[in-house]
Design a protein around this ligand. Structure first.
Ligand SMILES: Nc1ncnc2c1ncn2[C@@H]1O[C@H](COP(=O)(O)OP(=O)(O)OP(=O)(O)O)[C@@H](O)[C@H]1O
Length: 695
């Protein structure tokens, strides 16, 4: 029996040591003198039926399989035999001391923990998430020989183990086994053999305008590696040395292994609302020379580019662990100035920091110009070349970190200046070519004009004439989506307006001479150079997106400045059943306007009025447009084209251009103008001075 217990104890010890390294189910066989039955009994009793680092928090983690609900009670935890306790009292006390120390080093609060049972603690990695639940399950062996833990919070899953063997270190990792977290070592200036800076190194810093006082306040030291001396930047937290980073003469950096990742200069931001973050220790020291001690440096430099991935959960955000480790310091800050390097990695770092700290409280700096092309790169360069006052000015002139979608007018000053000085072009709009409309309607790039009128009022003709005028005056080109027109007929109408002669010798031409073949050939070239046709080749109806995509191609490929969609009802307007026509029209017009604005392109959109029941021959109202009041609400300009059809009421060739809406007062105002329509050439003319018809 005594022998059996001795073997048991031996087994228990050997189990402990295997326990740490194995991720497998541990089963042990015994060498003689155990009998088969005692071996089975022992095997059953001392099997450790769980992986030390289980992939799932299942029942496999229950030691000794004695409990059905996953938790052990004092009563059913097997205890070592009493005489062994006596015999190993010293080792038992030693175990407690070591295990306690190891777990406390990992920030586990084990004062309330009992061995031989599952203890529920706040996980030092995830702090229990937002709810701050005690999600860490810690099991300490009854004899304090080892401990194992697992955080049951899905996002964390931190797990690990440690044992009381001298010289061993705890091991722990996240469920994916990729985020191996380094063990935090206790270090001191003495244990790292750090020494005060020698005069040569003080001189080296002096060349960079870093004074001895600044070096002393920041406890910059040195360390000897054989005959080489390197700079030691000491990292402190609450006055305790937590890490040390070295820099050799070749600007090579390395950090003390297994130490905590925190900001350099952390203790300088304990009480500050404003924090400056820089990219290197030298920059932190440079900031101090400019009068800013509320500055910290990142410990690891900058990433090459901004990650395109979603932000990882903080426990997996290993590159930026220092941010999370210093969260308490950063929480309080209301203004964080990101004074990272001006190069691409520096800017990528600023973006990564801003993503994590919240853009709304971040600011950024603009490094001054070095010459016509380059800017200074960082704080130390500015200090060295321009001095502390210039560096101070850089920080004082820090600007709000941009937030996508949130702007100030200041962001647009270039554009506003250009508008004021009229260097953009067409600020007042392009005159239509008809004096009668000069005060009422001018064509501004980026605006949307809705044109309506009863059928056959001459809407399409008027728009075509307008395009010809604009081409003549400012050489604009246009994309035409005119579904009702046959191409050849549309060509005829445009050519007649351009050449100012009828296309055919036909009835409508009267005595006017037909355009010559030369004029026709020249006109064809003009057509090709001026208009780009958006047409659906098959029978299906195009939708607005399709039209706008092609118009965009016409803008980029041919530089068109105007798009005509004539008429609206010839497009495909299928919409989801849940969407009303009003909602659809609103969204559709938003897309059209966005296109116009983005491409600085004027869009004319022809929309028919709904059936007018009691029409007495007058021009319709913009609100009569079939479909939705959004046509009038959303457009920049609303024009009704109307013509007199009653010989009693006035001349039949008179066309009324009713400008019913002008949003941009620079470009016009509401009012009416009358033009004459020349049926032979399709030209529209001012009434007072009709242009001579070419014979
Ligand atoms: N003031 C006018 N006097 C005589 N005929 C005109 C006048 N204005 C247009 N027309 C003629 O009316 C016809 C239709 O013109 P247009 O296609 O421009 O009208 P619309 O308003 O666009 O028609 P719809 O609403 O059917 O598309 C053309 O043959 C055109 O020559």
């Amino acid at each position: 029996m005594r022998l059996l217990y001795r073997s048991l104890y031996k087994l228990s010890s050997s189990l402990s040591s295997v326990f740490m390294g194995s991720k497998q189910l541990c089963k042990f066989t015994f060498s003689s003198p155990l009998t088969h039955s005692s071996r089975r009994q022992l095997s059953d009793t001392y099997r450790i039926p769980f992986s030390v680092l289980p992939s799932k928090p299942t029942s496999r983690i229950r030691p000794f399989c004695l409990k059905t609900n996953g938790y052990l009670t004092h009563a059913n935890v097997p205890r070592p035999p009493a005489f062994l306790e006596d015999a190993n009292e010293k080792s038992y006390t030693n175990n407690i001391r070591i295990i306690k120390q190891r777990l406390e080093e990992l920030d586990m609060d084990i004062d309330i923990c009992k061995p031989g049972q599952y203890n529920h603690l706040l996980c030092p990695m995830c702090k229990g998430g937002d709810s701050e639940e005690k999600t860490l399950s810690l099991f300490i062996n009854v004899d304090w020989s080892s401990a194992v833990w697992l955080c049951f919070r899905g996002k964390c899953g931190w797990k690990g183990s440690t044992m009381a063997t001298a010289g061993s270190t705890p091991s722990y990792e996240t469920p994916n086994h990729i985020d191996k977290v380094k063990i935090k070592r206790e270090i001191t200036v003495e244990s790292l053999n750090l020494e005060p800076l020698c005069d040569e190194l003080v001189g080296y810093f002096a060349e960079r305008l870093i004074t001895r006082e600044t070096l002393q306040r920041n406890a910059v030291m040195q360390k000897s590696y054989g005959d080489q001396i390197v700079i030691a930047f000491t990292y402190w937290r609450n006055g305790v040395l937590v890490s040390c980073k070295y820099r050799d003469i070749n600007k090579k950096f390395w950090q003390e292994a297994n130490t905590e990742k925190v900001f350099y200069g952390l203790d300088d931001i304990t009480e500050t609302d404003d924090i400056i973050i820089v990219e290197g220790e030298m920059d932190k020291l440079a900031m101090e020379e400019a009068g800013f001690t509320n500055c910290v440096s990142v410990p690891d430099g900058a990433p090459a580019v901004v990650s395109l991935k979603e932000l990882p959960p903080e426990e997996k955000d290993l590159k930026y662990q220092y941010l999370w480790n210093c969260r308490e310091y950063l929480k309080k800050a209301s203004r964080i100035i990101l004074a990272t390097d001006g190069d691409n990695p520096g800017q990528a770092l600023a973006e990564e920091l801003a993503r994590r700290l919240g853009r709304e409280r971040c600011w950024r700096v603009r490094w001054p110009k070095k010459n016509d092309v380059d800017h200074f790169k960082d704080a130390n360069e500015v200090l060295m070349y321009l001095g502390p006052d210039a560096l101070k000015e850089v920080i004082e002139n820090a600007e709000l970190y941009p937030i996508r979608g949130l702007f100030s007018f200041g962001d647009y000053f270039d554009e506003i200046n250009a508008y004021y000085h009229r260097t953009l072009g067409y600020e007042f709009g392009v005159p239509t070519g008809w004096g009668a409309l000069n005060e009422l309607y001018n064509v501004v790039p980026g605006e949307l004009t809705i044109v309506t009128g009863v059928p056959n009022s001459g809407k399409s003709e008027w728009i075509d004439a307008l395009l010809c005028n604009l081409n003549e005056s400012v050489d604009w080109k246009f994309a035409l989506c005119s579904m009702e027109n046959k191409v050849r007929e549309h060509a005829r109408k445009l050519l007649e307006k351009h050449i100012k002669k009828p296309f055919f010798n036909a009835r409508y031409g009267g005595s006017a001479e037909r355009m010559s073949i030369e004029e026709f050939e020249q006109g064809k070239q003009w057509l090709s150079d001026t208009f780009y046709l958006i047409r659906c080749e098959d029978d299906s109806l195009p939708n607005v997106k399709w039209v706008l995509d092609l118009a965009k191609a016409a803008v980029l490929r041919h530089g068109v400045r105007g798009l005509v969609i004539d008429p609206y009802n010839e497009l495909d307007h299928q919409r989801p059943v849940s969407q009303t026509e009003t909602e659809y029209v609103s969204q559709m017009l938003t897309k059209v306007k966005r296109f116009a604005q983005h491409h600085s392109c004027h869009v004319w959109f022809v929309a028919h009025p709904r059936q007018l029941h009691h029409w007495v021959g007058g021009p319709p109202n913009l609100y009569d447009i079939s479909g939705s009041a959004h046509f009038i609400n959303k457009c920049d300009n609303g024009i009704v084209i109307h013509r007199n059809r009653d010989p009693e009421a006035g001349p039949l060739d008179q066309v009324q251009v009713c400008v019913r809406k002008v949003r941009n007062k620079v470009a016009g105002t509401v009012g009416e103008a009358f033009l004459l329509y020349d049926r032979v050439t399709g030209q529209f003319m001012d009434i007072k001075e009709p242009p001579p018809r070419k014979k």
